[in-house]
Design a protein around this ligand. Sequence first.
Ligand code: NAD
Length: 306
Amino acid sequence: TAQIIDGKAQAEALRAAVAGEVARLKADHGFVPGLAVVLVGEDPASKVYVSSKAKQTVEVGMNSIEHKLDVATTEADLLALIGKLNADPAVDGILVQLPLPKHIDSAKVLEAIAPDKDVDGFHVVNVGKLATGQWSLVPCTPYGSMILLRATLGKLAGKEAVVVGRSNIVGKPMAQLLLKANCTVTIAHSRTQDLPAVCRRADILVAAVGIPEFVKGDWVKPGATVIDVGINRVPAPEKGEGKTKLVGDVDYAAAAEVAGAITPVPGGVGPMTIATLLGNTLIAACQRRGLAAPAYFAEIDRDLFR
Ligand code: NAD
C-alpha cells in the first residue's frame, strides 16, 4: 500500500524554517514581517481560517494585522482599506479572505492589492508572471502541493502529471507550477472525455474538483503519487447522529491500495496552505526590501524548477 504523505510534518518543518528566518531578519535587519488579513462578514468557515492564519502568523514571530469588517461594508470602503494597506510599510502581505459578500466584486478587490504584497498570488500580474516564466508570488495551496511532491519524489522533470480541476485558485496555478517543474501536464475538467483513462496516464495525479471521493481507485496508475487537494465535509453517521467528517476528492481507501504515495485528508495538503502563506509573506518582505530570498525557499525553488 501507498506511502502516506505527511502534510502536517512538512507544514511544521516549513513553519520552523519561516520562524528561523523571521528571527534572523529581526536580528540582522531590524524588521518584523507583517501579514494583514481582511475578513468581510460572518462566514463561519472563513472565520476559522482567518483566526488560524492570525494565530500561526504570530507563532512564527511575524506581526498579524487583522481587519474584520461588517457584512454591509461597501466595495468602496474595502478598496480604501486595501489602498491604506498597500501604502503601509509595516504590511508585507495582504490577504482578503474569500468568498466576499455578493455586493462586492472580488476580481476588482483582488486587482487592487499591490502585486508585491499579493501573498495569495491571485493578482493578474502574478498570474501572468507565473505563466510567462517570471518570478512571482504563487498561490499557497498549489505551492504547498509542490513542496509535498518534492519531499516525495525529489525532481519532477519528465513526469506525466494530470490535474483534475481548472479553477484559478488551485487547478490552473498547480498546472503552471508542474509545467515550470518540467512535467508533461494535462489539465482535466468537467468537459474532459474519458476522465478515468486520462487519470491513468498520470505519474502525478492532482485532484482539485470539490466532489467528495470523486477520483476512484482504478483511475490511479499503479505506483503513482496522488495529491488530494479536496476538502469536503460529509455526514458521518458511523460517528453518531448528526456528526460529520472531512474527506478529499479521492476515494482514499481504494486509491491507497494502488498508489505509490498519497496525501490523506485531513493532514495532507490542508496544513500546507497556511504554512506556504507564511512563507509567501516572508518572501514578499525580503523581495520588497531587495534582500535575497530566504535559503530554505531558494533551495525548494532550485530543486523543483531548475
Ligand atoms: P472549484 O469548484 O472552483 O473548481 C472545481 C474544478 O473541478 C472546476 O474547474 C471543474 O472544471 C472541475 N470539475 C467539476 N466537476 C467535474 C467533473 N465531474 N469532472 C472533472 N472535473 C470536474 O474548486 P476549487 O476552489 O478549485 O477547489 C477544489 C477542491 O479543493 C475543493 O474541495 C476545495 O474545498 C479544496 N480546496 C482546498 C484547499 C486547501 O487548503 N487544501 C484550498 C482551496 C481549495
